[in-house]
Design a protein around this ligand. Sequence first.
Ligand code: NIG
Ligand code: FE
Length: 416
Amino acid sequence: MGENLIIFNAKIVTPLGFSSRKGKEMAQLHIIENGTVEVTDGVITYVGENRGEDCDGFHHHFWHYNARGKCLLPGFVDSHTHFVFGGERAEEFSWRLKGESYMSIMERGGGIASTMNATRELNFIKMRSKAEGFLKKMSAMGVTTVEGKSGYGLDRDTELLQLKVMRSLNNDEHKRVDVVSTFLGAHAIPPEYAGRGDEYVDFIIKEMLPAVRENDLAECCDVFCEQGVFSIEQSRRLLTAAKEQGFLLKLHADEIVSLGGAELSAELKALSADHLLHASDVGIRAMADAGVVATLLPLTAFALKEPYARGREMIDAGCAVALATDLNPGSCFSGSIPLTFALACIYMKLSIEEAITALTLNGAAALNRADRIGSIEVGKQGDFVILDSNDYNILPYYIGMNCVNTTVKRGTLYPV
Ligand code: NIG
Ligand code: FE
């Protein structure tokens, strides 16, 4: 699968590498002012200076695209979303505007449980078509790979259904976005297990994880490790079992309070720890030492009016930082890549170069795919973003406004 494509006269802007970039490495981008990339059958076969191509159109078995005046970047990797769900929660948002907190809404039966009810009502076709709508919007903002989580079924069949929807979207021959699935059965304690969190964790370990694994429905296992949701002990037990069953590990860590999720992610050698608004200094150092990707979600901090994660300090401590949107119907109903850039640079104090690495190569690393995507290098997938300008500084400068001209998926051009 994949097309033959030559893009010439581009300003190529990319991190380099086949694993995450940590600390100071995040700011180092490779730039070619007048560059050409060649994609053969969807895979990059040349990156370098222009070679003399000067004619648009289809000839010699390749589409030729003149990118004069435009930047070419790796496709964006949104490595943390919850884009498969039923219903919306606009009313809850209005309560939050009046001062009620996210956790208090959850404690009185709203929040994730409310989306669970709406999700359990959907059949495969309805769930898939709603989710597919999000993928189209993401592609228009330059996303070429997205991670999606289950976690709104909280029973065996609906959790599996969410994952089957993601697999079906990923198997689509004409997909614009690759989908990487994460099992998040431990997103909340369902009403059937109210007051019996430990028993629900047992049920996940014995009944759900093996079913997900047998059907090869998810690569990663995640948990909402938070005060009043899943404790450190429950999270450790669940993730240890998941690791034994062959899953890569992710955590929603230290989002609302400083619980020690960052430290746990390092202890378990998780692929990533996400949110980290309240990660401790010890936790940040432990993640840097263990090579856990710190995935920061500035749109959620913005929407919840919480303090932003300490992105600058994490990079200075030597962490590999990724940025993602956290698109979900509750805490953050936004998949805006442009606003993610702006908030990360303005409030988390990432440089523009660091933010680019965070949304490309480090996002890929957070999905165990840095060997395949996330940079413009021979052998990687032909996934790119073409910007409307030859100045990549517009990425955070266009605050919340899209500056993507064309998204390229495995060598196929999708004009925005
Ligand atoms: O990443 N914090 C937990 N999970 C989501 C929110 C899910 C929801 O509110 O529906 C998050 O913020
Ligand atoms: Fe999330």
